[in-house]
Design a protein. Structure first.
Length: 304
């Protein structure tokens, strides 16, 4: 009887030990299971973001290749980070639109007639001179500059080219890593869509020669009210009402160009340069073409 009791006691102790061991394993494995689940969820989310980005970029690149196929258009697109605190910044899809991740271009490194978009390079040069203490907003400078940006008048830009010299301004442009020479004696100014995007990026983000916040706000304010708005501003607003654009146009013979910073009501922002020629364009007849390209790009990237 005593032996049976001892045997029963040992058996019960063994069973209890097994139960305690199993319970302990389950408790210890739970954090690992939770961590694995969290990692799996994070991986799935990242995959979804990459997949959506890839689909957008594929559609965008296909469209840009199509509209530039005959080499009479150059297009460069760059998505900026959304306005801080905006609907877009708080959206569950915000990571898809991480700055620069959707950038795309076609024929954008080809030098084209700049027309009055070259005045953006004059603007950048003057801001460099202002940083060095060689330029100030006198009444004459302010009046001439506003006419150059808002009404695209040539007098003030030509005056700066004459005062500083083509080689000096070209050297500045080259030092920025932009296409150069823009200015060649006796020839129309030339640049690329890529170079204009680089300049706009500095202006939009307040870096480089546009680091002075007051000057930057002043320039952007003039670009917002420039009077030739049948290109990017029209196309962007057609894609989404309430979209605002700060841009600089260029028109010369059959050349119609537009370079702008676009802000959607949601807070999404992007840079766009569209340079066009040919197609029997004259005057401003190419700007509806720019508007159409803008509308399609905005809808592909941000929806209608």
């Amino acid at each position: 009887m005593k032996k049976r009791f001892i045997y029963l006691f040992v058996l019960l102790a063994a069973v209890a030990g097994i139960l305690i061991y199993r319970t302990s394993r389950q408790i210890n494995q739970q954090p690992a299971a939770n961590a694995a689940s969290s990692t799996s969820s994070s991986t799935s989310k990242q995959l979804a973001i990459k997949t959506k980005r890839a689909k957008i970029k594929q559609r965008l690149q296909k469209y840009l290749n199509k509209v530039t196929a005959d080499k009479t258009a150059s297009v460069s697109f760059y998505n900026l980070s959304p306005v801080a605190g905006s609907q877009a910044a708080k959206s569950s899809t915000a990571a898809v639109y991480q700055e620069g991740k959707l950038a795309a271009s076609a024929n954008a490194h080809t030098a084209e007639v700049a027309a009055s978009t070259f005045k953006l390079f004059i603007t950048a040069f003057l801001m460099k001179e202002k940083q060095a203490g060689n330029f100030s907003w006198t009444t004459a400078n302010q009046t001439g500059f506003e006419n150059m940006i808002v009404y695209s008048q040539n007098d003030y830009a030509d005056e700066q080219l004459s005062n500083y010299g083509l080689s000096t301004i070209n050297s500045f442009i080259a030092n920025q890593g932009w296409y150069s020479p823009v200015f060649v004696e006796g020839q129309d100014a030339e640049t690329t869509a890529t170079s204009l995007i680089y300049l706009l990026k500095q202006l939009a983000e307040g870096t480089g020669v546009f680091s002075n916040s007051s000057d930057r706000s002043y320039i952007l304010g003039l670009m917002k009210k420039q009077v030739y708005r049948k290109g990017i501003p029209t196309g962007a607003a057609e894609a989404l009402k309430g979209t605002t654009v700060q841009d600089k146009v260029g028109f010369l013979d059959d050349t119609n160009n537009d370079a702008g910073i676009v802000t959607l009501p949601t807070g999404q922002r992007y840079l766009l340069v569209v340079m066009t020629h040919g197609h029997n364009q004259s005057g401003f007849s190419g700007f509806p073409r720019i508007a159409k390209i803008t509308k399609h790009i905005q809808e592909i990237v941000y929806g209608s």
